[in-house]
Design a protein around this ligand. Structure first.
Ligand SMILES: [Zn+2]
Length: 251
């Protein structure tokens, strides 16, 4: 029984989210004869969000790249491409070096896709809405807005878990810990989110400019982990009936 429980906890801990790992980087590769300028791109598909390879499915438009002396230093290649997973299309743009013909570099692609703000259904809807907005803000690099929404979602979570709405959020977090509703690490995590929000939401002396991409990434991750622990894990553990499984005959 102990082992089964450990496996479930490990499974929950291993849950990953696309918003955390999303990358707009692609790897470009020239295919076949360099003069044909055919290329492939590999990376995350903006349509199906899977790791995939895009192949050119149209002719390749080629434009020379000139230096200030009007010398050709490379070529910009542009083509319609198809995801080998979902079969949908993107416009891929890469750069080919004039000197080293096999050298090719990804420049950009369209559409850029959208953030995956799918989150667990166990999180109450109003709290989920704020947290989803935080994810979308992060995706467009609106970091201050993202940490503000994380703080708002956290405050709503505290009240949902029984804290007095008239208390300040600092007191709400401490109350939850004193009631054994959150563990000491979760309490620390919640205070980090609270402090991040305070820095981002109360101008002009809030240290607004100090919030970095890494800070915002971490606060989003903390908020995700907080909700996983207070809403998602308890529900999943509730649904795990080990006694019933132990009685089920094995083949
Ligand atoms: Zn796809």
């Amino acid at each position: 029984m102990r082992r089964a429980l450990a496996e479930v906890l490990e499974l929950l801990a291993c849950e990953t989210s696309l918003w955390k790992n999303w990358s707009t980087d692609m790897e470009a590769t020239l295919l076949g004869n360099p003069q044909e300028n055919k290329f492939s791109l590999s990376g995350t598909c903006p349509h199906c969000a899977r790791a995939t390879v895009f192949m050119t499915v149209t002719s390749v438009n080629t434009e020379p790249i000139l230096n200030p002396h009007n010398q050709v230093t490379g070529f910009r290649l542009l083509a319609g491409m198809q995801c080998q997973g979902c079969k949908r299309y993107i416009l891929g743009i890469v750069k080919r070096d004039a000197q080293h013909q096999s050298r090719c570099e990804h420049v950009e692609y369209y559409p850029l896709g959208k953030p995956n703000d799918d989150i667990s259904l166990e999180i109450p809807a109003d709290i989920a809405a704020d947290f989803k907005e935080a994810i979308r803000c992060q995706w467009i690099e609106a970091f201050k807005a993202s940490v503000s929404m994380c703080g708002r979602a956290l405050e709503a979570g505290c009240i949902n878990l029984g804290a007095d709405p008239d208390m300040k959020i600092r007191e709400q977090i401490d109350w939850l810990a004193s009631q054994g509703k959150i563990t000491a690490p979760l309490k620390d995590m919640a205070h980090k989110i609270r402090l991040g929000r305070n820095r981002g939401a109360h101008p002009p002396s809030d240290g607004l400019e100090d919030i970095t991409t890494d800070d915002a990434d971490l606060l989003l991750e903390f908020t995700h982990d907080f909700f996983q622990h207070v809403y998602v894990m308890p529900k999943k553990l509730e649904s795990l009936d080990l006694k019933r499984k132990a009685k089920t005959p094995t083949s």
